[in-house]
Design a protein around this ligand. Structure first.
Ligand code: C2E
Ligand code: CA
Ligand code: CA
Length: 756
């Protein structure tokens, strides 16, 4: 008898330790399933204590009731540990009510039929079954990459079986002792497994959250709300910023009503109007609508909301803040910020914009100041009204060349400052500099007099992060003054490095021009494979620069420079032409072959690209359906979509299909997926390098696949290198695969041999 007592104490002690360990893990890691298991075992602990102290009163009805409900509640939390977000059987109201009813009816029936002694036993069986059921899910699904997850699952299963045999064991005092020992042993093992699992898990999550996989969700320039039924269950960082609320304050709310102004722009009440939009959006009848949200500080936010169905009950709402755009339009009305003569922003406004640009991405900013060398003479010779007219013309010409790429101001007299805030990197400033020099190499016509002018130019970059707008302005002024000291038409950088880089780039551009003229840019081909059949369905043409001395230069080196200099237009045309010719050859062996050709944003600036494609198709006599073009979202972002979609429409009217390339890099705004009129989405390789090992990466690709397919696009996954990645993607139902696993880019001859 005494042994039974000690073994009971031992089980009590291990349970206490387990509970303490679990709560410590929870406070350290804040992982939901740990909390659930901790709550479950706390209840189990209370049950043990009650059992021990109530031995004498075990015939009381109330004690049986309490024990029964503790066992049911423990079951609930154990079950919940395996379903952190959703609880399948508890999901809909009917099953939930049925379940509650059954759980409630059991004690009533037991009491009425005078079988209350059985009640505790039934409770143990419920708990046992729950442990086994949940254990299986833990074993197979919870964190399959971490082997301790399997230990926990296995532990649950054994513990569950043991709980059920406890009822039999109870009738024999000797086996009962072993029963308690086994339970204590199991709990100790569970404690160890959970500790190891959580450390491994936390380490892994830590690593993942710093990788780019969360890029799409968390670095998206749009707020994203994940909604189940009509409740938000997850949101990204941008959403927290937009609504000025933490995730905890957003999760659980009902969108869009809970986060909105009371009335919408059309005068309708948000609640009613929101319900209407929400229900037609969830039926897929509309995909975007405008909505005024309200931040926690009661700031109205003008939004454009795009809606995606993920599955029957889950949606994603992608919300773009348009307030800035509207505010900007209003700003234009504030004449006090604009210079009357040139209509340019005044210094304050310019500094304001510069400040903003520095905040967003200082590494993309450059200031260029210039000053007219002979302005004083012009004024003296032709009079002030001539001078003024010249000053009016300068910004018109400059802005005509750069369009929206710049902000410009006049700092008194004849000195102008331009801000570039989208340079891919600082040394790319040399292109705009050439363009400025180009502007002044032609004579200006003022009234009817032609005037030759020359300028000195100063350039400065924010070389330190701490540099503010005023200092940068001072630096560029300093550079301009040093240029002026050297004489007319001079250029000076604020630092020596800038000057060196400038010279290097001018050299590279000349070399590329020669390369283009002598046909040094050639196409390599990387086959694209259908994932189901693993057959080649086409290839992507990738440019290579093979210099005269045999050195091969890869696109990551020359494409950026080619884009800056717009030489990409020539290179792109050569590759397009070559690829179409080569495709024609392959079609002899492979009548369904499709050639993919990349188009740069620069090539897509205007409609001429459509005529170009048509011309190449005619010249090479290639049927349009054998050509696909790939383009990135960059071009789309820059013109806001309308003009761009028109180009896409015309390309598609030719019969050429369009693929959105590199999805997942850059801005990766999910709403582009609905706005851009393309046929195929190519998912960037960064998305799949870590699958199928890392659960978050895996989850993301699963989400994307469903999204892309639901929106009716085909999907190409790029950069597949490993067998396990391939297997995973094939299982997932991705349509096409491109990657080193199958083929590296190869010269045409090799492709031809392969296809023969
Ligand atoms: P992209 O269009 O995303 O092309 C795919 C790139 O991924 C190619 O690099 C290809 O060699 C590489 N790749 C394919 N499979 C794998 C893989 O399994 N693992 C790894 N690590 N890489 C893989 P590449 O040829 O260096 O081209 C780089 C980028 O240059 C292209 O990216 C494209 O944006 C641009 N580019 C290439 N040719 C042209 C062209 O003719 N015109 C334009 N506008 N851009 C081009
Ligand atoms: Ca591509
Ligand atoms: Ca790509």
């Amino acid at each position: 008898m005494e042994l039974v007592y000690y073994s009971q104490i031992l089980e009590l002690a291990t349970t206490i330790i387990l509970v303490v360990v679990l709560f410590m893990l929870y406070f350290y890691g804040k992982i939901q399933y740990v909390k659930d298991i901790a709550q479950a075992f706390s209840l189990y602990l209370i049950l043990l204590i009650i059992s021990i102290i109530s031995i004498a009163y075990s015939s009381y009805l109330l004690i049986s009731f309490i024990k029964y409900f503790l066992l049911v509640a423990t079951s609930f939390f154990i079950y919940k540990s395996a379903y952190p977000q959703r609880h399948p059987p508890l999901k809909d109201n009917v099953t939930r009510s049925l379940l509650l009813l059954t759980v409630g009816l059991i004690p009533v029936t037991a009491t009425l039929s005078n079988a209350k002694d059985l009640l505790e036993g039934i409770g143990y069986i419920i708990l046992g079954i729950t442990f086994v059921y949940t254990g299986i899910r833990w074993y197979r699904k919870m964190i399959p990459e971490i082997k301790f997850s399997k230990f926990v699952g296995g532990g649950f299963v054994i513990f569950g079986i043991h709980l059920m045999d406890f009822i039999i064991v109870q009738y024999s005092p000797t086996t009962l002792v072993y029963g308690y020992f086994v339970a204590a042993g199991m709990e100790a093992m569970l404690a160890v497994a959970l500790v190891f699992m959580n450390f491994a898990n936390m380490k892994m999550m830590d690593r993942i959250s710093y990788t780019r996989y969360m890029n799409l969700f968390n670095n998206s320039s749009d707020a994203i709300l994940m909604i189940e039924k009509d409740t938000i269950f997850d949101c990204n960082v941008k959403a927290e910023a937009m609504f000025e609320r933490s995730k905890d304050q957003i999760v659980g709310k009902t969108p869009p009503m809970d986060l909105s102004a009371s009335y919408q722009e059309n005068g309708r009440e948000s609640f009613e109007y929101g319900h209407e939009l929400f229900s037609s959006a969830s039926k897929g009848e509309i995909t975007t609508f405008d909505w005024i949200h309200m931040s926690a500080n009661n700031k109205p936010i003008q939004c454009e909301v795009s809606f995606f169905t993920i599955d029957e009950n889950q949606f994603a709402a992608i919300i773009r803040d348009m307030t800035y755009k509207y505010a900007f339009e209003e700003e234009l009305n504030f004449h006090k910020y604009y210079d009357g003569l040139t209509k340019l922003p005044k210094r304050e406004l310019f500094i304001d914009r510069l400040e903003r640009a520095l905040e967003v991405s200082a590494e993309k900013v450059a200031l260029v100041a210039f000053n007219i060398d002979n302005f004083k003479e012009i004024n003296d010779q032709y009079g002030h009204s001539y001078g003024d007219e010249l000053l009016r013309q300068i910004p018109i010409k400059v802005q005509g060349v750069f369009k929206q790429e710049i902000s410009m101001t006049r700092l008194g007299g004849d000195q102008f400052v331009l801000m570039f805030d989208r340079l891919v990197n600082h040394n790319r400033v040399y292109i705009p500099l050439e363009r400025i020099e180009g502007i002044f190499s032609e004579a200006f016509t003022v009234v009817d007099t032609s005037i030759d002018i020359s300028v000195c130019i100063g350039v400065a970059f924010p070389e330190m992060i701490s540099l503010n707008a005023m200092e940068l302005l001072k630096n560029v002024d300093f550079a301009l003054n040093s240029a002026k000291k050297k004489g007319r038409g001079k250029l000076e950088f604020y630092s020596d490095d800038g000057m060196e880089e400038f010279n290097r780039r001018v050299g590279l551009e000349k070399e590329m021009q020669k390369g283009i003229a002598s046909g040094e840019f050639v196409a390599y081909y990387q086959p694209i494979v259908e994932s189901k059949t693993q057959k080649i369905i086409g290839a992507e043409a990738l440019a290579r620069w093979v210099k005269a001395d045999g050195e091969m230069v890869y696109p990551d080196v020359f494409i950026p420079v080619a884009e800056e200099t717009e030489l990409i237009i020539n290179i792109g045309e050569q590759i397009l032409y070559q690829a179409c010719l080569d495709c024609k050859v392959i079609l002899k062996y492979y009548p369904d072959f499709v050639m993919n050709v990349n188009l740069s944003a620069i090539q897509l600036k205007d409609m001429s690209v459509v005529a170009k494609i048509e011309e190449v198709l005619n010249k090479t006599e290639l049927t349009a359906r054998h050509l696909h073009v790939e383009l990135t979202e960059t071009s789309f972002i820059e013109d806001g979509g309308a003009h761009f979609n028109e180009i896409l429409r015309r390309i598609r009217d030719l019969g050429v299909q369009v693929a959105l390339d590199d999805f997942g890099t850059g801005y990766s705004s999910l709403s582009y997926l609905t706005e851009m009129e393309v046929d195929t989405i190519k998912i960037d390789r960064r998305f799949i390098v870590k699958i199928p090992r890392e659960p978050r990466a895996t989850a993301l690709i699963q989400f994307l696949t469903r999204l892309v397919h639901n929106l009716g696009y085909e999907m190409v996954i790029e950069g597949v290198e490993e067998k396990d990645q391939l297997d995973f993607l094939v299982d997932l139902g991705c349509d096409y695969i491109q990657g080193y696993y199958f083929f590296r880019p190869m010269p045409f001859k090799q492709l031809k041999d392969l296809m023969e």
